[in-house]
Design a protein around this ligand. Structure first.
Ligand SMILES: [Zn+2]
Length: 351
């Protein structure tokens, strides 16, 4: 079966939208929730294209040939607005929503939504990185979310419901995206140039270690990162843990990405995600005696036997470090702090 508009794993959600569309009951505001790297942003963009298409096919599939589809594909559709957190910012700037200080409510996404559709009958706004919507920016959005213009659809894309402000949450229809299955990840990777020369076994290993995330799977296509996953498990499984050694190894992997910030952050994210896999496996084994399925984890996790509580604290520190990447923290300091906390895990002071 073909996946909906080439997006693996979310056909059931697409079918819901198609039903709502057929009945003329598409809502004004949606909040997409789900782990990173499963295709929520891509789904939102393709949905925007289908919703603005002049003649969508059955199942709410864009025709790909009308003027609206052509503009949507080129990223120049006047009625499709996509906003995301700039790479060098910690949050979504308020200017993107309501214009800068000199153009308040004369520019920005909220203002553009008030304009009549230029091409078809509908306007779609997509706000990626909704987790990084600070309170001031969220407040600007509230009125728009409360009373969206009749022909507008606003889609916010975030990772966890708890990360959204209650005022935003309560005004949106929630759509939950699940992690992708390993075979779905393999199907996507097979169509990508970076994976073409890899054999089936290597692809399957990538997919199995990716925790349902396409982004992670793509990172793990890199032999160095895949090898470091096993090395990391060995370091984490060696007790006592030496924070300084771990920091040096992790920074070497990050530095190998070069000087550009985005690939450096992506690499560190992959390393921290692997550490999360380790601590989750350690917690599970301590609580249930269940051994991890991944061979590289089995021996390493065994040394944490009886230490589930410590693993839980380390897990929390690792989640904090991942947050630090999103907040644009300086990576060498972030890695030093994280590894020091793993060496001597302590619960964060409540602030
Ligand atoms: Zn079309």
């Amino acid at each position: 079966m073909m996946a909906w508009q080439g997006i693996e794993g979310h056909d059931a959600i697409a079918a819901e939208f198609a039903r709502a569309h057929a009945r003329g009951r598409v809502a004004g505001t949606y909040l997409f929730i789900g782990p990173p790297g499963v295709g929520k942003g891509m789904f939102a963009r393709r949905l925007a294209k289908a919703l603005t298409c002049a003649a969508p096919r059955a199942g709410l599939v864009a025709c790909e040939s009308c003027a609206s589809c052509v503009q949507a594909e080129a990223g120049s559709h006047p009625d499709i607005d996509v906003v995301q957190k700039p790479e060098d910012k910690a949050t979504i700037p308020i200017d993107l929503l309501i214009g800068d200080a000199d153009h308040r409510m004369r520019e920005g996404l909220c203002w553009r939504l008030l304009l009549k559709p230029a091409v078809g009958g509908r306007k779609v706004a997509v706000i990626l990185d909704a987790d990084q919507l600070a309170e001031e920016a969220a407040n600007c959005l509230l009125k728009t979310l409360e009373e969206p213009p009749p022909e507008a659809v606003i889609i916010l894309v975030g990772t966890a419901l708890e990360r959204q402000l209650p005022t935003i949450r309560s005004r949106c229809q929630i759509v939950r995206f699940r992690p992708l299955a390993a075979d779905e990840i393999v199907r996507v990777l097979r169509g990508e140039p970076a994976a073409r020369q890899l054999d089936g076994e290597r692809l399957a290993a990538c997919a199995a270690s990716a925790g349902g995330s396409l982004d992670r799977a793509r990172q793990l296509l890199d032999d160095e990162l895949m090898a470091f996953r096993a090395a990391l498990f060995r370091i984490l499984g060696t007790r006592p843990l030496r924070g300084v050694d771990l920091a040096r190894e992790v920074l070497a992997v990050v530095d190998a990405a070069g000087k550009e910030a985005p690939p450096r952050r992506a690499r560190l994210r992959t390393v921290l995600d692997s550490a999360l896999d380790f601590f989750r496996a350690a917690i599970r084994q301590d609580a249930t005696g269940q051994q991890p399925a991944e061979a590289a984890l089995t021996a390493a996790v065994a040394s944490w036997h009886g230490d589930g509580e410590r693993a839980a604290t380390c897990l929390a520190h690792t989640l904090d470090a991942l947050d630090g990447i999103e907040r644009n923290a300086y990576l060498p300091i972030l890695v030093d702090a994280w590894t020091a906390l793993l060496e001597e895990p302590r619960l964060a002071q409540s602030s």
